[in-house]
Design a protein around this ligand. Structure first.
Ligand code: EPU
Length: 421
């Protein structure tokens, strides 16, 4: 596996184009299994998760073809297999969406999940509760890491989610589109990728109403056909480049985005001393690199996204004063702190609350990406640090960021991929 090598302290200037949203495309490609016809998916990010999904759908019997670098054709007409238990399925966290779509299409699903004993840290109990409520029987084979689902027929019902889970909301939607009658999901999550998945489903002839609010109504339909759809821009990738401009100092315009999706981050960056200029499909972040401390609490959308928490932590570590950062979504999302502190940062975690004392200058070091967004935080810290930083475990970063070194280099960063020493 390669390392990323960064020589820090370059100001960033220029424009960066944001790719299609990872967390939308990992739901929309599986959703194409529902269509008895051809789906054309545009604005496709070329990230590892997408490649694994193409591989997975092909193994299930779909025809997947890249029409060009950004456009995928999926023809699921001839899929016959509902056993998704091969290796490429285990490599994708979001393989859980295969449960909803295969159950919806075949009344049966057998799906492997990442790390058989890992259900505890990424629970799917709410997904399963939803499938049961729709009439499915669920067999959890924890030892094999496989979930088996079957239903004579799925019947619409009311489902109240105990937690506004993104994955459960989408998965129940995917199963319910072909159920008899109407399903109502209450306390549904409202993230942009939920709206995007609902829009895709509606384009295929499904009847999903209310996505983006906390009550979603799905009326089952018999005929789900193909169609053409453009994935929304990636809110988290956009946020990562906005924070890069803030932490390095510079003038970066993040293009091809939906500025509304960035409101919670834009508000925080303003509080930290950045100037934010918004246009129809872009945001410009102007920063002197001198940041001011603030407090951040992760929340479900439209609150501050947990997927930007580690990147924001890197910026707060360079902000003058004391900041508090509270994580309310994932209890294990502070695993990266030991790595970040190797730059000289002063971040101290107690439970779900981190206290950060800002420092003037980071010092380059060797660190690991402990997960995707933690990896992005290491890159941001390396870009701001004096001297050289080496980042290992880059496979995590490649799961969700397309051409990250090229994009950063085009803004003036000194970052390159080198073979592991
Ligand atoms: N939860 C349960 N039971 C469930 C499902 C979730 O208790 O059945 C809990 C989780 O433990 C967590 C909270 O509910 O505390 C939220 O989890 P959610 O289901 O919303 O997360 P997810 O669907 O598994 C998606 C994103 C994550 C992102 C979260 C929160 C995808 C593929 N993944 O995960 O993205 O952090 O929503 O917004 O959409 C990332 O991109 O780096 C990433 C981890």
């Amino acid at each position: 596996m390669d390392n990323l090598l960064i020589r820090g302290q370059h100001r960033l200037n220029g424009d960066v184009m944001i790719s299609g949203a990872k967390n939308a495309v990992v739901a929309i490609i599986p959703a194409a299994i529902l269509a008895k016809g051809v789906c054309i998916i545009d604005n496709l990010p070329r990230i590892e998760d997408v490649k694994n999904l193409e591989d997975t759908l092909t193994k299930l019997g779909a025809v997947c073809e890249l029409i060009d670098e950004r456009t995928l054709m999926v023809d699921s007409s001839n899929i016959k297999d509902y056993h998704a238990t091969f290796d490429s399925v285990r490599k994708i966290r979001a393989s859980y969406y295969l449960m909803g779509v295969l159950l919806s299409r075949f009344g049966k699903a057998e799906v492997a999940l990442p790390g058989g004993c890992n259900f505890g840290s990424r629970p799917i109990n709410l997904h399963l509760k939803g499938f049961r409520a729709l009439g499915a029987t669920v067999d959890e084979d924890e030892e094999a890491g496989i979930i088996r689902l079957s239903a004579e027929k799925l019947v619409g019902t009311n489902i109240f989610l105990d937690t506004a889970s993104v994955g459960a909301t989408i998965n129940i939607m995917l199963a319910a589109v072909s159920a008899e009658g109407t399903t109502v999901i209450e306390n549904a999550a409202k993230e942009p990728h939920i709206v995007d998945t609902a829009n895709f489903l509606n384009m295929l002839g499904c009847k999903v109403k209310g996505a983006g609010t906390d009550v979603i109504r799905i009326q089952g339909v018999e005929n789900i056909h193909g169609g053409e759809y453009m994935i929304i821009p990636d809110q988290i990738e956009a946020g990562t480049y906005m924070i890069a401009s803030a932490i390095c100092g510079g003038d970066v315009t993040v293009r091809n985005i939906i500025p509304k999706h960035m409101d919670s981050l834009s508000a925080k960056l303003r509080e930290m001393g950045c100037q934010i200029v918004e246009g129809d499909d872009y945001i410009e972040v102007i920063s002197s690199g001198e940041l001011v401390a603030t407090n951040v609490k992760t929340m479900v959308y439209p609150g501050f996204p947990t997927d930007l928490q580690p990147q924001m932590a890197a910026a707060l570590c360079k902000a003058k004063g004391t900041s508090k950062l509270v994580e309310t979504v994932w209890e294990n999302r502070f695993q990266y702190v030991k790595e970040l502190n190797k730059f000289g940062c002063k971040m101290n975690v107690e439970g779900t609350v981190a206290t950060i004392e800002g420092i003037d200058e980071f010092t380059g070091t060797s660190v690991y990406a402990t997960d995707l967004r933690a990896g992005a935080a290491m890159i941001l810290a390396g870009l701001a640090a004096k001297g050289e930083t080496r980042i290992g475990n880059t496979r995590f970063i490649d799961r969700g960021y397309e051409h990250i070194e090229e994009k950063l280099r085009s803004l003036g960063a000194d970052i390159r991929r080198v073979p592991k020493q």
